[in-house]
Ligand binder design. Structure first.
Ligand SMILES: NC(=O)c1ccc[n+]([C@@H]2O[C@H](COP(=O)([O-])OP(=O)(O)OC[C@H]3O[C@@H](n4cnc5c(N)ncnc54)[C@H](OP(=O)(O)O)[C@@H]3O)[C@@H](O)[C@H]2O)c1
Length: 276
């Protein structure tokens, strides 16, 4: 169905920018959300569309974004929570006191989605979360230590945040599908992008090396499943509450099937971001 209103975070670069271009080309109204003012405006100018700025390392910025979106867009068909990456060789805390990788990848989109629920419910909208296979490979998820105060490893923090996103996807779908709001998550593949440029380790260099470009896929490839999910009809073109790779439901970490854990995570996350 063409003509949807599709909000994409992390649309100033990489996979989000490629998805914004493709979906705009299909006739959808894409709202470009980014952090960098110049990069975000450049993408919006190219697509002749609107843009908004937010820094997910500050929850006040996420609240302002949600308020702005709600006023400007009383109808939103798709919210694509795509902004993210690995942040910090050492454990870094955000202005809100949370571990940075957890907040940018998971807590901020959790808050944004919750604040947009009235609009999404009124619109029969769907939420697409850019997760990662790292959720299966690297996570050592401990619900008691979401902010990694007891143990911090950059890759683990990233894997934990991406697993939290899948648990959130499933819980959101369980809670709100009856009200018309569905949710999916996906792994984009291993993609040559700006990914992990702020990781503070060698990983960012690997992603942008000449060698990497020979083995990694393009941002257009990385956007393919996001475009498929955003362009399609949830529940009829594909099942919701699922995690996808290459447009198909994929295996997750065993903990992603734990509905009790997902419910507990929702409660803890709500308290962490100040939702009552
Ligand atoms: N590349 C891969 O191999 C890969 C694999 C699995 C999953 N992913 C996931 O795919 C998503 C997109 O990543 P990418 O590969 O396209 O990386 P990218 O090129 O580095 O793009 C990251 C995007 O996230 C935004 N962002 C970063 N920190 C932010 C913050 N604090 N507040 C708001 N926005 C912020 C960036 O905004 P600015 O540019 O405006 O600063 C940019 O638009 C991420 O969630 C990533 O974890 C990537």
């Amino acid at each position: 169905m063409a003509g949807k209103v599709i909000v994409i975070t992390g649309a100033s670069d990489g996979i989000g920018r490629a998805a914004a271009r493709e979906l705009s080309g299909k006739g959808h109204q894409v709202v470009v959300v980014g952090r960098s003012p110049t990069k975000t405006a450049a993408v919006a100018d190219e697509l002749h569309t609107d843009h908004l700025l937010a820094d997910f390392s500050e929850l006040s910025s996420v609240r302002a974004l949600a308020a702005d979106l709600s006023i400007r867009y009383p109808h939103i068909d798709v919210l694509a929570n795509n902004a993210g990456g690995i942040f910090g060789k050492q454990r870094t805390l955000t202005a809100d006191g949370h571990e940075m990788t957890l907040q940018v990848n998971y807590l901020a989109p959790f808050l944004l989605t919750n604040l947009l629920l009235p609009v999404l419910t009124a619109s029969g909208g769907t939420v697409i979360n850019t997760s990662s296979r790292a959720s299966r490979m690297f996570s050592r998820f401990r619900i008691e230590d979401l902010d990694a105060a007891e143990r911090y490893r950059p890759r683990e923090a990233y894997g934990n945040a991406k697993l939290a996103q899948i648990l959130f996807t499933r819980e959101l779908d369980r809670r709100y599908a009856g009200d018309g709001v569905t949710s999916t998550a996906f792994h984009p593949g291993v993609i040559a992008s700006g990914f992990s440029s702020e990781a503070g380790s060698g990983m960012g260099l690997i992603y942008r090396s000449r060698l990497a470009n020979m083995f990694l896929k393009s941002t257009e490839d990385g956007a393919d499943t996001l475009v498929f999910l955003a362009d399609g009809t949830p529940g009829s073109d594909y099942p919701t509450g699922e995690y996808f790779t290459n447009r198909l439901p994929d295996k997750t970490h065993a903990l992603a099937d734990d509905a009790g854990l997902a419910e507990e995570l929702w409660g803890r996350s709500a308290a962490m971001v100040g939702l009552t």
